[in-house]
Design a protein around this ligand. Structure first.
Ligand SMILES: *Cc1c(COP(=O)(O)O)cnc(C)c1O
Length: 567
């Protein structure tokens, strides 16, 4: 179909590149935090009418749909969606070289439309075209699927194909924002495009207009562990990508021994940031010599506020959705209405759980939520460190809601889910525990708004930011969390929520974390919930007024504009 992008190509744009972008639950173009953050980012740019376009992969077979058997053993099924339900396929085509073949790349456009009338297009790149060889048609099918070769092919399509597609569509781009290193091959395309026009040079590397390319690039890193950064041997690079620019130049910018996408982005970006203050510091330690800033993540307020809270915000804090700073006036909401809005959300969650699992949960029992990727460092089982102690203090007075997918190759993540199932069965009559399968954005909203406390127990300093706790705060649900990522900035003890374990300046100590978790739960949090409801509502209020007020993607995008984009 011929689709007119005229309204968008008038002025220069900031191009936001991300391997995954999650805009809605039924479009499986995301796996977790990174993709949901990207979706929230784009929604805020549309609300704020920023001159942005976004580029990602179509991945119409999704990440995976999670099935769990009676023992909590995970199997992965395809999670397909039909792009025609949501997007328009464009006629434009570009070509990338992969394994010596010309691979045609098309695009679908999804329009994020804001209530403010702002519109931002997301281009979903698609290699599944009849002209392509069968193996190439699969390149953009599965998010984080396949092997190392498959990943590099996807990154060629995203970075190089995406940059060419924007040009083909007629966009002028004034900044390329790489959301994580997956898209940094776009830098090679820019180096080639802006090559200096010099006839004879002594050193071949002098022809690269490094300053020009650098002035165009913004890089956000999300990963606080070295192993999390994509690397490819030059043998693989040569075989699959060939020469976009000569190999010796690639080595100069992306690493002598292997092509490191993070290094490439670090070397050629004008602005680099981590996703929370602490993560900025950790990244400086990992990459000495680079100027690394920090812009703490946020969530899209309207998306992550449940219906009952939208209603009281509309009534007492009109304008909140496009100006979350208005949460500063949260004290205008009467305590009883705040509590009733919470109980409405909690009832919806409990009803949903009882329908899905026959767990027999009830509305009045204190309920903890824990939902995120199932992987070892997140320690979903920290709460089970001493099951007898947990039972003694909480029997009949506690319910726990879990959810989360383990990456198909993450064996210890999968075992964590089985461990939760084991404890769930063992404590059946004492503490009700449920594990909701197939965690996605819909379930995330239900759980973050419907529980009484949001628990997070990462092993420091491995949580770069974390965003689910910010969703909870938008629904008046206080955080109870290890002091890592965003919570270092959001936490005021006994006021906006509670910390687990010591200050972030001292080394991590798992035994102390568990002890602190039990102590506070038994002596502070549960007693306040059951016997001092007026104090409890104060904390709920502060979660909104202190946490949702700040940890939203509108504030985050305003900072990207003033600190990264206008430079
Ligand atoms: C928000 C969200 C995440 C990120 O949660 P963290 O606690 O930041 O890890 C992951 N998956 C889904 C579906 C989400 O909605």
């Amino acid at each position: 179909m011929k689709y007119s992008l005229d309204a968008f190509i008038k002025d220069p744009k900031i191009a936001y590149f991300s391997m995954e972008i999650g805009v809605r639950s039924d479009m499986a173009t995301y796996s977790g935090g990174l993709g949901v953050l990207a979706g929230d980012t784009i929604k805020s740019t549309a609300d704020l009418k920023l001159p942005v376009v976004a580029v990602t992969l179509l991945t119409k077979k999704g990440y995976f749909r999670q099935e769990l058997d009676a023992y909590g053993r995970q199997t992965e099924l395809p999670d397909e969606f039909d792009p025609q339900r949501f997007m328009i396929q464009l006629d434009e085509r570009v070509t990338v070289r992969i394994e010596g073949r010309d691979v045609l790349i098309g695009a679908w456009v999804y329009l994020v439309e804001s209530a403010t009338s702002g519109k931002v297009p997301i281009f979903f790149l698609d290699a599944d075209l009849a002209e392509n060889a069968p193996q190439d048609r699969e390149i953009t099918h599965c998010l984080y699927g396949g092997d190392n070769d498959y990943r590099l092919k996807q990154e060629i399509v995203l970075g190089i194909g995406g940059t060419r597609m924007l040009e083909e569509l007629g966009f002028q781009i004034r900044k390329y924002h790489m959301n994580e290193g997956h898209s940094s091959l776009l830098i090679l395309e820019l180096l080639k495009r802006y090559k200096k026009d010099i006839e004879e040079v002594w050193d071949e590397n002098l022809v690269w207009d490094i300053e020009k390319v650098r002035s165009l690039c913004v890089f956000t890193t999300h990963t606080p562990v070295a192993a999390g950064h994509d690397k490819f041997s030059y043998e693989t690079v040569q075989r699959i990508m060939g020469d976009i620019i000569p190999l010796n130049a690639v080595k100069e910018f992306a690493g002598k021994d292997s092509l490191n996408l993070t290094l490439l982005a670090l070397n050629l970006s004008n602005y680099i940031n981590g996703v929370a203050k602490k993560h900025g510091e950790v990244s400086k330690g990992m990459f000495p010599g680079y100027a690394i800033n920090a812009i703490t993540n946020g969530v899209h307020s309207f998306t992550w506020t449940c219906e009952s809270f939208k209603r009281i915000y509309d009534k007492y804090l009109p304008g909140w959705a496009n100006e979350p700073e208005i949460f500063v006036r949260v004290g205008r909401i009467p305590d009883n209405e705040l509590w009733e809005a919470h109980m409405e959300a909690k009832k919806q969650l409990v009803d949903y759980i009882n329908r899905e699992t026959q767990a027999g949960m009830n509305y009045d029992t204190f309920t903890i939520g824990f939902a995120r990727r199932a992987t070892a460092y997140k320690r979903a089982d920290l709460l089970f460190s001493d099951i007898d102690r947990l039972t003694r203090m909480a029997e009949g007075r506690l319910q726990i809601v879990y959810a989360g997918k383990a990456h198909p190759h993450d064996e210890s993540g999968k075992q964590l889910i089985q461990r939760i199932y084991e404890v769930k069965d063992r404590l059946k009559d004492k503490i009700r525990i449920v594990f909701l399968k197939n965690y996605n954005m819909d379930i995330a909203l239900k759980i973050t708004s419907g529980v009484d406390v949001w628990l997070n127990t990462p092993l420091r300093p491995l949580e770069a930011s974390g965003t689910s706790g910010m969703k909870a705060a938008h629904n008046g649900v206080p955080n109870f969390s290890v002091l890592d990522g965003w919570w270092i900035e959001g936490h005021i003890e006994g006021y906006s929520g509670w910390a687990i374990g010591p200050s972030p300046d001292v080394p991590a100590d798992p035994a102390r974390d568990a002890d602190d978790l039990y102590n506070k739960l038994e002596n502070i949090i549960m007693p306040m919930f059951y016997s001092e409801k007026h104090l409890w509502v104060r904390i709920m209020q502060n979660a909104i007024g202190k946490n949702a007020y700040y940890f939203n993607s509108h504030r985050m995008m305003r900072r990207y504009v003033t600190e990264a984009y206008i430079r």
